[in-house]
Design a protein around this ligand. Sequence first.
Ligand code: ATP
Length: 241
Amino acid sequence: MSPNKPLLEARKLVVNYKNHRAIDALDLSVPAGCVYALLGGNGAGKTSTINTFLGFNRPTDGNVFIDGESPEQNPAAVRAKLAYLPENVALYNYMSGIENLSFFCTLANVRISRQQAHDLLANTGLQADAHDRRVSTYSKGMRQKVGLAVASAKQAKVMLLDEPTSGLDPSAANDFARRVRQAADLGMAVLMATHDLFNAKQVADRIGIMKAGRLVEEFDAHTVAHDELEHKYLAHARGSL
Ligand SMILES: Nc1ncnc2c1ncn2[C@@H]1O[C@H](COP(=O)(O)OP(=O)(O)OP(=O)(O)O)[C@@H](O)[C@H]1O
């Protein structure tokens, strides 16, 4: 694979919900090793973008590709390459962390031993005494670690994150950002929809700002200071840019 080939790509993507245009001619590209933070106010189109990569929304026009595959044409291949962490990771509350991880691996056709399951959870930073506890006792950050362990076990090429740090305390958000960074450094492409400018600046390589379904600005994260990012974000929100 060429180093610049995008693992995640939208080309002139349009998504309408009946008469409402939620995504308007979106071009987006995330290569291996890159964390892309998608910012934008409520209703800007971030979740709709993620849902289209997941195959939950059908493009009205244009295309999306995951490692060259279309979710519409080859959903099974796309599912195998993708890991998805929504704001609240959906787990079975009556099962332990280990049991959830093993179950979701089985659904993804990945076989792991009990020891591998413990190792995968330990690598996410989940404390050992929680592995065999029911996830109903887990905090939001702990549930996300199980989600990260599933992504890692699947050897997903692409990770989609929707508001991953909302409701996490600063230390859990910082820990989560480090884990996402590690996953990208191992070659994953990560697309993260977020309202958390601090987290975006901390973890992302590239930042895009959406407004009314359009990508109105895109830049390398290291080229802006935090207060500049906030200024740009607010200027777009107010319509002064
Ligand atoms: N299933 C749907 N049916 C109709 N309209 C929808 C649907 N989902 C989203 N929309 C509309 O599409 C637009 C984009 O919504 P979307 O949820 O993608 O925005 P967002 O940037 O993720 O917002 P937020 O930050 O509030 O989560 C909004 O105007 C929203 O009301």
